[in-house]
Design a protein around this ligand. Structure first.
Ligand SMILES: *Cc1c(COP(=O)(O)O)cnc(C)c1O
Length: 431
């Protein structure tokens, strides 16, 4: 099969993406000029951004970061973005709360410190604003005029909103049967939203074809031809978690897996912080979380395989429903190298975990958050996650987008006439 590696580059001028120096192949290491490339011309391996990273002292860099804006642009020296990025029209995501979850910790028997990194606080209420913000800078640098993506839901909304702010056109693609909350959140920003009759893997295949077609000329697909840049946005989760812990690595992090990009790049971010001397180099473990109804990476991990066998997704965790995850093998590497694990939970456990987080910490996460906390609980009970160590659970999206998951069991306690007698008669007010 011929692999399309270059697509629709609308400009040939040298691009300014700050410290980004080149693209390099994750498999064979071959380097390429910065451009809308995503696969190595020699071995078809995925491309990653390579940097000329800052050379000053760690103290200087730490100070420079701390003096920066309260969003991901405080880490601009470590991202493929121009130095003046914060002055451009964008959604300025990031620097979301790291919540010390003491009630949840008590309930789960965690004594080493349990934190929830709550990315529902981003502009379009999921972690996807981080990756899209970086992809927008690449799109601007390469002269793209339309922003696009294949999405499991949250990405479509993040692209629609970012394009609106940046003054770009948008046309985004989703599986036709997503939650209403995701559809409305994607459509409201005014771009084209196209439902594809099929699952995410069908949507993704369709987008790959569109990239190779004249129709797709001048289009930046944030997670396809801009994927190397897009991925870098997830590093900011690693940067923030460490900075918010007082420039310290957590011992254990639990991260949901769809394509596996986020988990892979969080690890890359942690490695960069170590390399730069911004945190002390000590061991950390990375755990991946999937829903049982779409658990190709978890199945490979538990089966001891290096190859991820595609699945047909069937789960309420639709934002994670990628049956053929592009970064699956790298997730396996990272989980094994760090001494972590990949695990999955049933839809019922997902719902229980959403309600557990809401009940204990006042945080309403989406189904992906339920997957991640559900897996955390399961791995603590199995003795795989050590409750005496510092643990961070990433909540990647907002429960308002996946109301259906909990609406059957989360309704008014009672409906009564507006009188105290009725209230008393119903035996209420004692909860
Ligand atoms: C997209 C998404 C993820 C993870 O995506 P990756 O493809 O693995 O990077 C996790 N949570 C939510 C809510 C998402 O929308």
């Amino acid at each position: 099969m011929a692999v399309q590696t270059v697509a629709g580059n609308a400009t040939t001028a040298p691009v300014d993406l700050g410290p980004a120096a080149a693209l390099s192949c994750r498999e064979c290491g071959e380097r390429f000029e910065l451009g809308p490339l995503f696969a190595c011309a020699s071995c078809f391996g995925p491309l990653e951004v390579a940097y000329d990273l800052p050379t000053g002292s760690p103290e200087e860099l730490r100070k420079r970061i701390e003096a920066g804006p309260d969003n991901i642009w405080r880490y601009a020296p470590l991202l493929p973005v121009p130095a003046d990025v914060a002055d451009k029209p964008n959604l300025n995501p990031g620097f979301t709360k790291l919540v010390k979850a003491d009630n949840l910790a008590r309930e789960l028997g965690v004594t080493g410190g349990l934190y929830v990194k709550d990315d529902s606080g981003n502009p379009t209420h999921s972690f996807k604003d981080r990756v899209v913000a970086i992809a927008v800078e690449a799109a601007r640098a390469f002269g793209f005029t339309t922003l696009s993506c294949s999405s499991t839901g949250n990405l479509a909304g993040a692209v629609g909103a970012a394009a609106a702010r940046a003054g770009l056109r948008s046309c985004v693609f989703i599986p036709h049967d997503l939650e209403q909350g995701k559809v409305v959140m994607a459509a409201v920003y005014g771009g084209e939203l196209v439902g594809i009759e099929g699952n995410y893997d069908d949507v993704n295949r369709f987008c790959s074809e569109l990239i190779g077609d004249p129709l797709g000329e001048g289009w930046g697909f944030v997670n396809v031809n801009l994927r190397p840049y897009y991925g870098e946005g997830s590093k900011t989760l690693a940067f923030e978690i460490c900075e918010q812990l007082g420039w310290r690595l957590p011992d254990q992090i639990v991260i949901p897996i769809a394509s596996g990009s986020q988990l892979t790049k969080i690890d890359k971010g942690l490695q960069e912080l170590i390399k730069l001397g911004l945190v002390e180099d000590r061991p950390y473990k990375i755990f991946g979380a999937q829903a049982e109804g779409c658990s190709p990476v978890s199945a490979a991990f538990k089966g001891g395989h290096d190859v991820v066998r595609p699945q047909k997704p069937n789960t309420i965790a639709k934002s994670l429903a990628i049956g053929n995850p592009a970064d699956g093998p790298y997730v396996l590497d990272i989980a094994r190298r760090t001494g972590g694990a990949v695990e999955d939970v049933t839809d019922e456990q997902v719902v229980d975990a959403i309600k557990l987080l809401a009940r204990t910490e006042g945080i309403f996460g989406e189904t992906a958050g339920g997957v991640t906390l559900g897996v955390t609980k399961k791995l603590i009970e199995a003795g795989v996650i050590d409750p005496t160590l510092t643990t961070v659970v990433v909540n990647t999206g907002d429960g308002l987008k996946t109301l259906d998951a909990v609406s059957a069991t989360s309704q008014a306690t009672a409906t009564i006439k507006p009188s105290l007698d009725a209230f008393r008669a119903a035996g209420l007010g004692t909860a």
